[in-house]
Design a protein around this ligand. Structure first.
Ligand code: OAD
Length: 253
């Protein structure tokens, strides 16, 4: 079944004039980064209401940084997995226009993709909430929390917290990409956090084929997505790319 769907996905990608990927935390699980929901998820350990709202980051940054320092350590250790590398190869081969990612780990950049919309920002950078100075997260010490800038302002990761709006440019560009693609690959996201979760619906209503790659069914399965390839991103994506590379000429396009 999965093999048939891999062939179908390869064919859909080859046929499409424009392919866009929407990625979520499941994309980076095989790189050793915990997802947010489900077993072992970050929100099982840390209640987002207590740690991840922008008001808390401003009023009690020491508390938020307990979670943030853990995430930062995990992210700086992580390397792209075969799923990330496959998406970079798809872009290099000319089959992938852009990635809209909810992930803040920077692993699509590390893998070599060029056209990436970081919908929720990038945790590899921190910004001073006082003077606006932006530095690499590896340049700050996490020995004493919260980390502070030379101006004594508190640093926050350059990411979107609950209660913050998505930057206008990221939102506009993502909407454009969703509206103009013919295939959207929806990889490793539970698709419950808005507005990112609305991108597959926008693509679908513009006529795109929606292909989900996930280890389990989501809110989109059987409703927005045309089909679900059940499996790990790091296993399914290399198979799709291999199929495209080997069979492109032979597939009836
Ligand atoms: P979630 O943790 O909600 O969902 C992860 C999805 O990945 C689930 O559907 C899993 O079934 C799937 N999954 C897990 N391992 C996988 C694997 N190896 N291959 C493929 N799929 C796998 O993460 P997101 O949907 O990204 O926002 O969460 C969206 C947003 O909620 C995040 O960006 C974050 C969070 O609150 C902010 O922090 C603003």
């Amino acid at each position: 079944m999965t093999e048939e769907l891999i062939i179908r996905a390869a064919r859909d990608i080859i046929r499409a004039k424009k392919v866009v990927a929407l990625t979520g935390a499941g994309m980076s699980v095989e790189s050793g980064i915990a997802p947010f929901r489900g077993e072992g998820g970050i929100w099982e350990k840390y209640d987002p209401e207590e740690y991840a709202y922008i008001d808390i980051v401003r009023t009690n940054p020491g508390k938020s940084w307990i979670l943030l320092s853990e995430m930062q350590k995990e992210i700086t250790k992580a390397q792209p997995n075969p799923g990330h590398i496959s998406l970079a190869e798809l872009e290099r081969l000319g089959y992938l226009s852009s990635i809209i990612t909810q992930n803040v780990d920077g692993l699509h950049h590390e893998a070599g993709n060029k056209n990436i919309i970081e919908f929720h920002g990038n945790h590899r950078w921190v910004v001073c909430m006082e003077c606006g100075k932006r530095v690499k997260c590896t340049e700050i010490s996490l020995e004493k929390l919260p980390p502070r800038c030379e101006c004594q302002g508190v640093f926050k990761p350059d990411v979107i917290f609950f209660g913050e709006a998505i930057p206008y440019e990221a939102l506009t560009k993502s909407n454009q990409e969703a509206r103009s693609c013919e295939v959207m690959l929806v990889i490793g996201t539970s698709a419950v956090v808005q507005p990112a979760a609305s991108m597959p619906g926008i693509a679908k209503s513009s006529g795109a084929t929606i292909i989900e790659i996930n280890i389990e069914e989501t809110e989109l399965t059987g409703y927005i997505s045309d089909y679900l390839i059940k499996g790990k991103a790091g296993e399914v994506l290399p198979k799709i790319v291999n199929k495209i590379k080997n069979d492109a000429a032979n597939l009836s396009v």
